[in-house]
Write a protein that binds this ligand. Sequence first.
Ligand SMILES: [Zn+2]
Length: 179
Amino acid sequence: MASVFSHAVAALGIGACFYRPGTPNRVWVVGAACSVVPDLDVIGFRFGIPYGDFWGHRGFTHSLVFAAILASAAVLIGFRKGEPGLGHFSLWIYFFSATASHGLLDAMTDGGLGIAFFSPFNNTRYFLPWIRVSPIGVNRFFSPRGLEVVRSELLWIWLPAALLLASAWLIRRRAVAST
Ligand SMILES: [Zn+2]
């Protein structure tokens, strides 16, 4: 399971694609929050909800439908007037992508059950096996499992997010320079 921080970093990386000069920081804060919300489903364990259940961990809250609902709620509650350079639709797409990225990242990690992307229509749990992180290999050199997780998250999440942020910054600098 990807850590809370990595989910938020991914949301910020996606945010780089939506960045406009003058966009207030609260847009990125809400985006980062959206990317973390799906894991609130772990509360279900306390109430005895089984892992594989509709409301179980990585169930409905990790689905695309939930991402659409959360994005709609965020726009309706927090951004009724839109933001400079970012209309309702762009904001919605950003919040949707930030939330949906959570399930995608979870699906890349092994351990536990897969992600119910198509809940509530289909409760099948999916993995993305072709980029599934394997603990074999690195463990020969560094035995702590934690180090492996950090390494894979740096590679698959922090690095792409940093690249996105850097490219957005470069594009903006060019735009500023050419005006
Ligand atoms: Zn999760």
